[in-house]
Ligand binder design. Structure first.
Ligand code: NAD
Length: 270
């Protein structure tokens, strides 16, 4: 028996690096999953791989009606929703404040926050009634950038910090019916995309030269994460049997950023 046997989940950005790993793990644990993402081809590839265990909804998380459609499709297919995973986001290619052209600033800010912050909040809004009925939970993908500077640029880091407040406020507002938690991955080997047009040098995250090595050297555990490294945390938080008294919590899955130090490895050998 898996930890999520008979459960129904909705995962946004579920075709991406971390999202698809969550979807596969949830299915392995016995859940059925509605996968919402933007790209139809990637959604259909995941359907071919996972068959009846999933349904897919093509949509944009920054739009209320698309989130509503995804929740309705979940209820229609599975009869309930136990876990909402807000995960879809875009990166900003480490772009600093003074590198954003003044004429692009308002649009860049609004587009990134519309996906990374408003998208999570709309998903929460649309899934609240169903999760109240199941006494389920919400889980949001944060980042080490929700706590520390330097893991992204000004827009991405500020947006991820905002989500710490969102998790706390939602956990407060929705208790005792719905638990609300987060997982904060560190640098992970995925092709995470940046906001269109923000930075001319932009490439997917894991194609940045030196990204993997730099990420490994930055943390005490000395390796970059693979998406699968994080998925156990999403299973634990979705399982009311195993984390029923856990809300307003954010699990760090980042190789130890909090205690990072460039000299840590060599000091240990003295
Ligand atoms: N890769 C990393 O190093 C890393 C580190 C910490 C946190 N994260 C977080 O993990 C989450 C997943 O990122 P990933 O690395 O898997 O990236 P990814 O680009 O591989 O996946 C992102 C997913 O979100 C979807 N998406 C993007 N914009 C969307 C929109 N407007 N509407 C619907 N779907 C949309 C994409 O289709 C894709 O499925 C994000 O919240 C990201 O901030 C990533």
């Amino acid at each position: 028996m898996g930890w999520l046997e008979g459960q129904a989940a909705l995962v946004t950005g579920g075709t991406g690096g971390i999202g698809s790993a969550i979807v596969r793990r949830y299915v392995n644990e016995g859940a059925r999953v509605c996968v919402m993402a933007r790209d139809d081809e990637q959604l259909s590839a995941l359907r071919s791989e996972l068959g009846d265990a999933i349904i897919t909804v093509q949509g944009d998380v920054s739009k209320y009606e698309d989130n509503q459609r995804a929740v309705a499709a979940t209820l229609n297919a599975f009869g309930k929703l136990d876990t909402f995973v807000g995960n879809a986001a875009v990166f900003d290619y480490f772009t600093c404040l003074d590198r954003i052209a003044p004429e692009d600033f308002e649009s860049a800010f609004q587009r990134l926050f519309a996906i990374n912050v408003q998208g999570y909040m709309l998903g929460a809004r649309c899934s609240t009634d169903a999760l109240r009925a199941s006494r389920g939970s919400m889980i949001f993908t944060l980042s080490n950038s929700a706590f520390y500077a330097g893991g992204g640029g000004i827009l991405y880091v500020t947006a991820k910090h905002a989500l710490v407040g969102m998790i706390r406020q939602l956990a407060y507002e929705l208790a005792p019916d719905i638990r609300v938690n987060g997982v904060a991955p560190g640098a992970t080997n995925t092709p995470m995309k940046s906001l269109d047009g923000l930075n001319a040098r932009s490439v997917p995250l894991n194609q940045i030269p030196g990204f993997e090595q730099g990420a490994a050297q930055a943390v005490p555990l000395q390796r970059i994460a693979e998406p699968e490294d994080h998925t156990g945390h999403y299973v634990l938080l979705a399982s009311s049997e195993n984390s029923g008294l856990t809300t307003a919590n954010i699990i760090h899955s980042d190789g130890g950023w909090e205690v990072r130090s460039p000299g840590a490895a060599s000091h240990r050998k003295v």
